[in-house]
Design a protein around this ligand. Structure first.
Ligand SMILES: [Zn+2]
Ligand SMILES: [Zn+2]
Length: 594
């Protein structure tokens, strides 16, 4: 039984890019060991980790609370004029209570990127009011609007703002957040919030603005912030958290800190009890392919396949001996058209029953379009090659009968996940295919897919070496000692490479470099657009996913491939892997596609 009477409602994971240092599985593991019945995820302005977090919580018996620490633009999300010293955004924590709240948070986060972006994805009170249903708001850290007015001595203003947030959210859905990370100003602000809370009847709640898991990771977190802000640890003006107390405190520690305001502790549980989002991973949202007038999708697809039978299996003109057995492959008798038709019938039945007729037609449609425009299309990869329907539709160019490829490996009546078809298009002309898909299914229903680069072993040494201000040549030499292997970790590198182990043992600087690097290894470094996929939904994508915009203006989903499949969205592999590196333009050391 999980019985801690405190729950963390303000937590930055690895998806608060280069700011949060909590890797999701490790975070949930710690929450479980601390017997916390629930945990929130509140990354800065995004929901990148929501699905992964949700699943990780569920498998560990912890209630997931999806949220975000959003940015509120003081003069409205569209106003991007600022004079020196003026704040461009205030923080606010939003937590999801239910499905309506989840959808609203996705809307808000998307608006932040699409409309309000100014250094940060910003929303404003106008859209917050429009999409506040199903959400709980907390007043956030010292960068929240209310704490800021308290700190600048404007107590009347703070009171006015509290009224405003209550009006937007509903009084029962707005809380004053109390934090104590050892910063003197926090205590002043908390004192005023407690007083104001009593006066206005607004609840208080304790959080720890978690940025890393354990206190001894504070230093590595400082290095992480330096990587983000491109400064060094010895730069006196660098951005940093003021203390080493932004870690995942235990319930006992929190209770001790807030012993004078037991409400602030018990309210964490009350809020957790009010958050009951249940995500359904069984549904899919495949778009429907519109069959021509007077026919059904099923009939249309059968017709397309049958029309190609002659072309793909030219048996009448081709003597059996010429479609001869291929080496040790199954003996091919060639003449058996009945067998071919049986296989076709069987596949069509399974595809229809699984509800994937549209899927095949959509892929057929954009491949046909590409071919008609002379765009080079690869032969099709992956398990799709086991399907005679794929072969007859021209989705693949491999005859599954000749090579004895199993359709069941691709799709069978028991298989729950979506079939996967990867098509390679000519790199230069791939955008034309994407444009066609966007035009056909609607701008709101099609998007490219986000991908995250993680800090892999070599790259993290280079990053940390730089912020430690170590000589480039030294860092380069150490980084190169990490073996070039897939999935290598620093731990493994120390085991495998005696020279690295020796330096680690003998040179305190190297030890510091590697110890810090180990704490940051595997964190998410940046977000970019996956070159190799689009997602198509039956309705507006913002009903299912948050939308993200890269700094160079590309619009993509705010969930990565794995999450999209989980929530039932129709994903299409577009071109080959070599393009991913080319497209995101990063150092290969840095990249680990997700
Ligand atoms: Zn904050
Ligand atoms: Zn925060």
């Amino acid at each position: 039984m999980l019985h801690s009477d405190f729950v963390h409602l303000h937590v930055h994971t690895q998806y608060s890019l280069l700011d949060g240092a909590c890797i999701i599985p490790n975070l949930i593991d710690l929450a479980r060991r601390m017997k916390m019945p629930a945990c929130a995820i509140t990354d800065h302005g995004n929901m990148f980790g929501a699905i992964e977090f949700y699943q990780s919580c569920m498998t560990n018996g912890i209630k997931p609370i999806i949220g975000s620490e959003v940015y509120i633009a003081p003069k409205g999300r569209l106003d991007k004029t600022f004079s020196a010293g003026e704040e461009t955004a205030n923080h606010l924590i939003l937590l999801v209570k239910d499905e309506a709240g989840y959808k609203n948070l996705m809307k808000l986060v998307s608006i932040g990127y699409l409309e309000g972006f100014y250094y940060k994805p910003r929303i404003d009170k106008e859209v917050l009011a429009q999409y506040s249903k199903g959400l709980i708001a907390l007043s956030s850290c010292l960068k929240g609007e209310i704490p800021r007015s308290i700190m600048s001595g404007k107590e009347e203003r703070a009171k006015q703002l509290a009224d405003e947030y209550c009006a937007i959210m509903g009084k029962e859905n707005f809380y004053f957040e109390l934090q104590d990370n050892g910063i003197p100003e926090q205590r002043e602000v908390s004192r005023e919030l407690i007083r104001l809370g009593k006066e206005l009847g607004i609840g208080v709640v304790a959080t720890n603005d978690v940025h890393y898991l354990t206190r001894d990771s504070a230093k590595a977190h400082e290095a992480l912030l330096c990587i983000q802000t491109q400064t060094t640890l010895d730069d006196p003006n660098r951005m940093k958290l003021q203390t080493d107390q932004f870690y995942f405190r235990s319930g006992e520690e929190m209770k001790a800190l807030f012993k004078d305001t037991p409400d602030a502790i018990s309210n964490t549980i009350k809020i957790a009890e009010r958050c009951n989002l249940e995500l359904d991973f069984k549904k899919t949202y495949l778009p429907h392919y519109a069959a021509p007038e007077g026919t059904t999708r099923e009939k249309f697809m059968r017709e397309l396949c049958e029309n190609n039978l002659e072309k793909r299996y030219p048996l009448s003109t081709c003597p059996t001996s010429q479609v001869a057995p291929m080496g040790n492959l199954r003996s091919w008798t060639g003449g058996d058209m009945r067998q071919i038709k049986e296989r076709l019938d069987y596949e069509l039945k399974v595809i229809s029953k699984a509800g994937y007729t549209s899927y095949f037609l959509i892929v057929w449609d954009f491949i046909s379009h590409a071919k008609s425009k002379g765009i080079a299309v690869g032969p099709g990869r992956g398990s799709a090659a086991g399907s005679i329907v794929s072969y007859l539709l021209g989705i693949t160019d491999i005859d599954p009968l000749r090579y004895n490829l199993l359709f069941e490996r691709f799709l069978n009546s028991e298989r729950v996940s979506m079939p996967d078809i990867d098509i390679d298009f000519c790199y230069e002309r791939r955008p034309e295919v994407i444009d066609y898909v966007v035009q056909k299914y609607g701008k709101d229903n099609v998007a490219q897919i986000i991908t995250f680069g993680t800090m892999a072993a070599r790259a993290v040494i280079r990053d940390v070496g730089r912020v430690m201000n170590l000589p480039y040549a030294d860092v380069d030499r150490i980084a190169k000692l990490v073996p070039m292997e897939l999935d290598v970790t620093l731990e493994l590198a120390l085991e495998k490479e005696p020279e690295l182990a020796r330096l680690y043992k003998e040179d305190p600087r190297v030890r510091e470099l590697i110890d810090t690097s180990k704490k940051l290894e595997g964190l998410t470094r940046h977000a970019s657009t996956h070159a190799a996929g689009v997602v198509i939904s039956e309705d507006s994508l913002t009903n299912h996913v948050p939308i993200f915009k890269t700094s160079d203006g590309q619009i993509s989903t705010g969930y990565a491939m794995g999450s999209l499949e989980k929530i039932g969205l129709f994903k299409n592999g577009f071109p080959g892997l070599e393009d991913i590196d080319r497209y995101s333009g990063g150092d290969k050391d840095n990249q680990q596609g997700q």
